[in-house]
Design a protein around this ligand. Structure first.
Ligand code: SF4
Length: 321
């Protein structure tokens, strides 16, 4: 019988799920995802996770709690470094340990360490994970190679603005271009982002995400800072924002942040200053488990009204919002 692997629909799921799914399927495993984030998942997470954690980490706990009785394994990679000379957030680094500490009666946790600062880390992660399912190294290598092809295709869709969590396409019928920024698990989770993409699309806004900015631009413009950003997500967010601001390619920025996020406290300040210096409106939406959709909608609508008014009446309104 095929072994089932539970993949929680949170954190880096939003970046890597096609690759993981293909890899396990190729090894004759059966992938089971938790449902899209909803209020019940959030409540499960809040009940299991430590209070100090940020919203996406709490939600991730909820996804694991949902899956734990339904699968043979749970997949929670330990992301330490996914780019040379860079790091992931410490909460990602400690995620498997946090979950194991907080949630009882888990099935076997598959927790490969991804640390590109170490030689052969990725190779070891691929081989050691694959050996849970087969001793055939050729099959494991093949599963990985094919999964990488899936991943490249998924990334190419994101770079074209095809937003993975939405029913609607990113159709642009107005001149307003808004960059929606934040960590992928905040930007692409419809519950955390309060369905912002649909709301923007309904308002005919042209949406841009950091995934639509080229890696070259991200590297080049993130290097404008006097000190190198050593968080991979941080570099992507800063590089995308600076690139589009320097090229005058956007009319506004909406930053989706999780309350208590240490990285965002730095990134938001840097981007807000840059946006202000360029006269580009900036809206910060900070989410936690108490955030209500009504308040979110009111702020978003006011921001969009202001953007439209501003577009018609030139640069009259302050860019600080
Ligand atoms: S980067 Fe921020 S939101 Fe993401 S896991 Fe770390 S603290 Fe949480």
């Amino acid at each position: 019988m095929r072994k089932t692997i539970g993949i929680p629909r949170g954190m880096y799921y939003h970046d890597y799920h096609p690759m993981w799914t293909k890899y396990f399927n190729n090894l004759d495993g059966k992938v089971v995802f938790s449902p899209k984030t909803n209020k019940d998942i959030l409540n499960l997470g809040v009940s299991k996770c430590v209070d100090e954690a940020c919203l996406p980490v709490k939600i991730f706990h909820g996804h694991v709690e949902y899956l734990k009785d339904k699968v043979d394994y749970i997949f929670i990679p330990k992301f330490i470094s996914i780019c040379k000379r860079e790091y992931c957030c410490p909460k990602l680094l400690g995620l498997p340990d946090m979950v194991k500490h907080s949630i009882e009666e888990l099935p076997i946790v598959i927790e490969p360490e991804i640390n590109l600062r170490k030689v052969n880390s990725l190779r070891n992660a691929v081989i050691n994970t694959g050996r849970i399912f087969t001793r055939n190294h050729f099959k494991i290598a093949n599963a990985y190679m094919e999964s990488m092809e899936f991943q490249k295709y998924y990334k190419s869709l994101l770079s074209l603005g095809i937003i993975p969590t939405e029913d609607h396409q990113n159709t642009h019928t107005k001149d307003i271009k808004i960059l929606v920024l934040g960590h992928s698990y905040n930007v692409y989770d419809e519950f955390i982002n309060m369905n912002i993409f649909n709301k923007l699309i309904e308002n005919h806004v042209n949406i841009i995400t950091a995934d639509m900015v080229s890696a070259d631009d991200i590297n080049y413009y993130s290097n404008m800072l006097p000190k190198r950003i050593f968080w991979t997500d941080g570099k992507k967010i800063i590089g995308a924002a600076y690139s589009l601001l320097e090229k005058n390619s956007i009319d506004g920025i909406i930053y989706l942040s999780a309350f208590g996020c240490g990285l965002d406290s730095v990134l938001v300040d840097l981007i807000q200053r840059k946006a202000t210096s360029k006269g580009v409106p900036f809206l910060l939406m900070t989410m936690d488990e108490q955030t209500g959709e009504a308040g979110f909608n009111t702020r978003l609508e006011a921001f969009l009204d202001m953007m439209e008014w501003r577009n018609k009446n030139e640069d009259y309104i302050s860019s600080i919002w």
